[in-house]
Write a protein that binds this ligand. Structure first.
Ligand SMILES: O=c1ccn([C@@H]2O[C@H](COP(=O)(O)O)[C@@H](O)[C@H]2O)c(=O)[nH]1
Length: 178
């Protein structure tokens, strides 16, 4: 099979440790790797610089903003008295400054992100086809809504993997997007 690997390990550590993790991922030949933007500007910049110093094609370096399972109450619980979108835009600014290639965010934030950071590619989990269970996700959109908002990559897990007929569930998503 011919496919590319998105190594979705969401590295979150001090700059040196995170950069070494990203370097190891690049040496494995993955297509995309991600780190938590909340690790800060210096951490993301260290990852970018480490990849830039390596020979060969680098993986796309993506920053996780605010997990799509979190809403305003969850942010308040960890001491962040801001709306999710405000925190996402703040972290996106740091990611852009560090030279990252894109963001993991909710598609609910895609419109303002594309307006302010058009060069960043948007990887959006929290995708829920109409009628499917929300599960633990909170900031959700349907596949068609997400594409219309400006998502570059849709991440769809349980609505397909846990469906009685996963192939049919996938076909329905594809048909919705056609
Ligand atoms: O903010 C985030 C970041 C990553 N994820 C990951 O995406 C999939 C979503 O799976 P579903 O079954 O469609 O909910 C899962 O692997 C998460 O770890 C995310 O959901 N939100």
């Amino acid at each position: 099979m011919d496919f590319e690997v998105f190594l979705d390990l969401k590295f979150h550590d001090i700059p040196n440790t995170t950069a070494m993790a990203v370097k190891a991922a690049a040496e494995l030949g993955v297509w995309m790797v991600n780190v938590h933007c909340s690790g800060g500007l210096r951490m993301m910049a260290a990852c970018r610089e480490t990849l830039a110093g390596m020979a060969g094609p680098a993986p796309l370096l993506i920053g996780v903003t605010v997990l799509t399972s979190m809403e305003q109450d969850d942010l308040a619980g960890i001491g962040l008295d801001v709306a999710p979108q405000e925190q996402v835009l703040r972290l996106a600014g740091l990611a852009a400054q560090a030279g990252l290639d894109g963001l993991v965010c909710s598609a609910q934030e895609a419109v303002p992100l594309k307006a302010q950071f058009p060069a960043l590619q948007l990887v959006t989990p929290g995708i829920r086809p109409a009628g499917s269970a929300q599960d633990d996700q909170r900031r959700i959109l349907t596949p068609a809504q997400a594409m219309a908002a400006g998502s570059d990559y849709l991440v769809i897990g349980r609505p397909i993997s846990q469906a009685a007929d996963p192939a049919s569930a996938l076909a329905s998503v594809v048909a919705e997007l056609a």
